[in-house]
Structure formats: structure tokens, C-alpha cells
Design a protein around this ligand. Structure first.
Ligand SMILES: [Fe+2]
Length: 192
């Protein structure tokens, strides 16, 4: 029988497989972003669920980068995690490592913001404030169009995510900046 996963339980599982500070910060950032989007898009009563999907989405990446989104399903199943969480987290590897297409709006948001949040985070580090609080869309667009900048953040994946959601790219980036503003302070204090 599947158990209801608490935030505490999710954190325990995450930190069992992840020690790298960069990975933990990314997990916490995507958690906060997912919570913001749940509220923004009218899924406020499921915000905790969206947040846990964000927190756990890269569970296997640190130890099993070659089996990303595959190994995570196995680990989560062994731990009796809700199949909805297993499916939702694995779907961000769609067209990359798995055939699980994002269907639910939550899954599409995860797919769209994962790489984009890395790019926005890299843009923030270039700024005197090191923050997204005073960041505008145009700063991100400029860097987005520079392929060498944060080259590991796939523009193809970000665009595919926007297409899945049916949003234009500017709208996706603007919303993701707002989502990152909402959680920046909490993420910084949790990782200080
Ligand atoms: Fe990720």
C-alpha cells in the first residue's frame, strides 16, 4: 500500500541520495517554483503535492546520471512512494531518457522550469545583487539567446516545455522569475 509522503519524509529520501550542495539547492528551488505555480494556476489545494514532486524530481541524478528518471522510479517504488509522484518526476526525462510524456499540467510545468530555473539562476549570479528580486525578463532573454551562456541548460527542452504548456516563451520566463522570487530567501537560508 502506498503511503502518504510527508515533506519531512521526502527530504529524508532526497538527502539519502544527494549530498552535493548544488543539487540540494536545485531541488529546493524547483520545490519552491512548483509551489508557486500550483497556487498561480489554481491548484492551491495540491500545492504540497506539486512541491514534493519538485523536491524529488532529480532524486537519482547525483548517483545515477546515466539512468536519470529510470533509477528514480525504482528507488521510489522500493520506498513505497505514491505512483503519481513516481510518474510525475520521471516525466521530466521525456524525450531524453524515458518515454513518459508530461500530461498533467503539473508535469508540464516541471518539464518547462527544470532547465529554465538553472539558466535564471546562472543569470542571477552575474548580477551585483546575485538575486532574482530585481531581475527583468530582458536580462534572461539576452542570455537565453547566447548559446555559450549556461550551455548546459537546454534551450530545446525549455522551448518544448513552453510548447507543452501552450505558453509563449516570454510568459514562461516571466512567470518563472516570479516563482523564483517567491522562494529565493527560503532556499538561501536552507542552504546557507
Ligand atoms: Fe532538475
Amino acid at each position: 500500500m502506498e503511503k502518504v509522503l510527508s515533506r519531512e519524509g521526502a527530504w529524508e529520501l532526497l538527502t539519502k541520495y544527494n549530498q552535493d550542495a548544488f543539487h540540494l539547492k536545485h531541488a529546493l528551488t524547483v520545490e519552491g517554483i512548483m509551489r508557486w505555480f500550483a497556487n498561480e494556476l489554481g491548484y492551491g489545494d495540491e500545492a504540497d503535492f506539486w512541491a514534493i514532486v519538485g523536491l524529488l524530481h532529480d532524486l537519482d541524478f547525483e548517483q545515477y546520471p546515466e539512468q536519470h528518471c529510470i533509477k528514480s522510479q525504482e528507488i521510489m517504488r522500493e520506498n513505497g512512494i505514491d505512483e503519481r509522484i513516481i510518474r510525475a518526476t520521471a516525466s521530466h526525462g521525456w524525450a531524453l531518457t524515458v518515454d513518459i510524456k508530461p500530461e498533467h499540467e503539473m508535469e508540464k510545468v516541471l518539464y518547462a522550469v527544470d532547465e529554465l530555473s538553472g539558466l535564471i539562476g546562472a543569470v542571477a549570479l552575474m548580477r551585483p545583487s546575485k538575486s532574482v528580486q530585481d531581475m527583468e525578463l530582458k536580462s534572461v532573454k539576452k542570455k537565453y539567446k547566447t548559446p555559450a551562456f549556461a550551455a548546459g541548460c537546454s534551450r530545446d527542452v525549455i522551448q518544448r516545455g513552453a510548447d507543452l504548456l501552450g505558453w509563449d516563451l516570454d510568459d514562461l520566463i516571466s512567470k518563472t522569475i516570479l516563482a523564483m522570487r517567491s522562494c529565493e530567501e527560503a532556499v538561501n537560508s536552507a542552504t546557507a
